[in-house]
Design a protein around this ligand. Structure first.
Ligand code: SAM
Ligand code: DTB
Ligand code: SF4
Length: 319
């Protein structure tokens, strides 16, 4: 980033958030237009290859074993089911399959099955992404060798707010894993969640931390909390949608060359809110009627929205 003073830059980020809405949106849209086809949106479909029973205590997550959530823990999904999900995703027009596992980290004994998933999904003709928790150098390298394109590992929130949300690992652990992933030559997908009771300074701090990665993540998922029954954050008051639009716009200005994904939470958003997010710089979505365990706005509804907005689904980036 051009600015060398971290504190000044965080202040500058907060100044962007504080701009009059129209000024912020215009600025973000200009950056968007200079760097991207503003009428094209990248599409990733999620599949949960290992659900529930997770040892971490992320307070937003229905898959943690620390809370009352009723989600049943599964074993690792058989390869043929993953391949089936890939064919289905491809048939409806997704560009990437993102395979998620409810783990603190993968065990070495799981690696060969995971590597097969990567190569088989690539063979279907999709880009590949995985999100499996912390990785060792060796695990990251073997995923890269198998053909993995992206690794998703979110900062989730600001460093300051992090321990209100997760206590079983630290913000620094997340940064360390991102370094491991980068050293292995994988593209990074990293973002966070809004609407967890954090303040604007936390949203700014998270975006500043993401933008300060060198280079910034190629893909930045901005999730809005999906309140999961039985989790400590279940009753958190909903985020003001205009604050989501502002956050997307600031992300676009700070990370001009990154895909900004309007991620979890779209099912509860109006079309107007999503349209403003696309205007302000979002150019990627999770596509398909399921996220990992929660419902998503389905492909049919997305196709109707995209048609109304004149948006096309963009080609795969690494094919
Ligand atoms: N276990 C791995 C990890 O935490 O890195 C990978 C899977 S985890 C479900 C991936 C990301 O999904 C989390 O980092 C979080 O940002 C997002 N997420 C999980 N539950 C969510 C929820 N209820 N609402 C919004 N985003 C959520
Ligand atoms: C990301 O940032 N969001 C996705 C993906 N990366 C793995 C997950 C959203 C999960 C929403 C809640 C659920 O489906 O359980
Ligand atoms: Fe586990 Fe990931 Fe859920 Fe945290 S977000 S509890 S690490 S599955």
């Amino acid at each position: 980033m051009p600015d060398t003073s971290c504190e000044r830059s965080l202040d500058a980020t907060l100044d962007l958030f504080a701009l009059p809405f129209n000024d912020l949106l215009q600025k973000a849209h200009e950056v968007h237009r200079q760097n991207w086809d503003v009428n094209a949106v990248q599409t990733s479909t999620l599949v949960s290859v290992k659900t529930g029973g997770c040892a971490e205590d992320c307070k937003y997550c229905g898959q943690s074993s620390h809370f009352e959530a009723k989600l049943e823990a599964t074993k690792l999904m058989p390869l043929e089911h993953v391949v089936e999900a890939a064919h289905k995703a491809k048939a409806v027009g997704a560009g990437r399959l993102c395979m998620g596992a409810a783990w603190r980290n993968p065990k070495d004994r799981d690696m060969s099955a995971l590597l097969d998933m990567v190569s088989e999904v690539k063979a279907v003709g999709l880009e590949t992404c995985m999100t499996l928790g912390m990785l060792t150098e060796g695990q990251a390298q073997s995923l890269k060798q198998a053909g993995l394109d992206y690794y998703n590992h979110n900062l989730d929130t600001s460093e300051e707010y992090y321990d209100k949300i997760v206590t079983t690992r630290t913000f620094q652990d997340r940064l360390d894993t991102l370094s491991v992933v980068r050293r292995a030559g994988l593209k990074i997908c990293s973002g966070g969640i809004l609407g967890m009771g954090e303040g604007r300074e936390d949203r700014a701090g998270m975006l500043w931390a993401l933008a300060s990665l060198d280079p910034p993540p190629e893909s930045v998922p901005i999730n809005v909390l999906v309140p999961m029954p039985g989790t400590p954050l279940e009753g958190t008051p909903a985020l003001d949608p205009l604050e989501l639009v502002r956050t997307i716009a600031v992300a676009r200005i700070l990370m001009p060359g990154s895909r900004i994904r309007l991620s979890a939470g779209r099912k509860a958003m109006t079309e107007e809110c999503q349209a403003l997010c696309f205007f302000g710089g979002a150019n990627s979505v999770f596509y398909g009627d399921r996220l990992l365990t929660a419902e998503n706005q389905g492909e049919d509804e997305d196709d109707v929205l995209f048609a109304k907005l004149g948006i096309k689904k963009s080609r795969a980036e690494t094919a």
